[in-house]
Design a protein around this ligand. Structure first.
Ligand SMILES: NC(=O)c1ccc[n+]([C@@H]2O[C@H](COP(=O)([O-])OP(=O)(O)OC[C@H]3O[C@@H](n4cnc5c(N)ncnc54)[C@H](OP(=O)(O)O)[C@@H]3O)[C@@H](O)[C@H]2O)c1
Length: 238
């Protein structure tokens, strides 16, 4: 039977910013599905949130695996009949791996093709929601305007990460235009430099703060923005 509660799917959500997005959405009374490549890690994370009185479920979801994507679609159809919020949070930083071409390919697989394939498969369920929200977890390093003008970011040579997040941003714009006659909003955000396995111990932001931009975009009212790139509710340059 379809639920009256909102349902959110978050990718890469057994740890880091993704898990915290699940926690913060769950605290708002939203049912959260925590996606992870490893089912046992997804279920352990869901158990942790259930101990905090959050309605959480683990789901095996490697976003580069078409079988996992199809299984996720079937599960959402069967158990909930809709999807209100999709957070494309899973991401990789591959610049240190292999040749430059291998690094860029590996990065695009997860940072662009995965979100694209998953979102495309879930669009019918998002359209079944009265107010679908798609949030793409990008990075300030995907902002071409920032790379060109801010030496703090522009000096780092990480072409795989920057180009894949810039491509994610471009697709965010395209999808928002394609969906502008629907109630679905599509936005990208930069979480900040956050203390996670990816961000490292020197990052200035705690994880709870790093989740806030995505949670805000996931819960936008109907007169909220679409087709934007945000950090802490402020527009960022593309
Ligand atoms: N931390 C920062 O300072 C920062 C700054 C800007 C943007 N971001 C973005 O924020 C997002 C979350 O990063 P984080 O800092 O929380 O890093 P994290 O703790 O390393 O989390 C990344 C998550 O993505 C998952 N993942 C990787 N490949 C996947 C795949 N094929 N399918 C499904 N999940 C996959 C990882 O799972 P496994 O452990 O199984 O690989 C992990 O759960 C990323 O998109 C990142 O680019 C982070």
């Amino acid at each position: 039977m379809a639920t009256t509660k909102q349902v959110a799917l978050i990718t890469g959500a057994y740890k880091g910013i993704g898990l915290e997005i699940g926690r913060q959405l769950g605290q708002l009374g939203i049912i959260v599905l925590l996606g992870a490549r490893s089912l046992s890690k997804a279920e352990a994370a869901a158990t942790l949130l259930r101990e905090e009185q959050i309605e959480a479920h683990g789901i095996e979801l490697d976003i580069t695996n078409p079988d996992h994507i199809q299984a996720a679609v079937r599960r959402l159809e069967t158990e909930f009949g809709k999807l209100d919020i999709l957070i494309n949070n899973a991401g990789v930083y591959t610049d240190h791996l292999g040749t430059p071409v291998e690094a860029v390919r590996a990065s695009f697989e997860v940072n662009l093709f995965g979100p694209l394939a998953l979102t495309d498969a879930l669009l019918p369920l998002l359209k079944a929601s009265p107010a679908g929200r798609i949030v793409n977890q990008s990075s300030i390093l995907g902002s071409l305007g920032t790379l060109l003008t801010n030496p703090m970011y522009g000096v780092r040579s990480v072409p795989a990460y920057t180009s894949s997040k810039a491509a994610l941003n471009a697709w965010t714009v395209q999808l928002s235009i394609a969906l502008r006659d629907t109630t679905i909003k599509v936005n990208a955000c930069h979480p900040g430099w956050v203390k996670t396995d990816m961000g490292g111990a020197d990052a200035p932001m705690e994880i709870h703060e790093g989740a806030e931009s995505a949670v805000w975009l996931a819960t936008l009212p109907q007169d909220g923005p679409t087709g934007g790139f945000f950090h802490k509710r402020e527009l960022l340059p593309w």
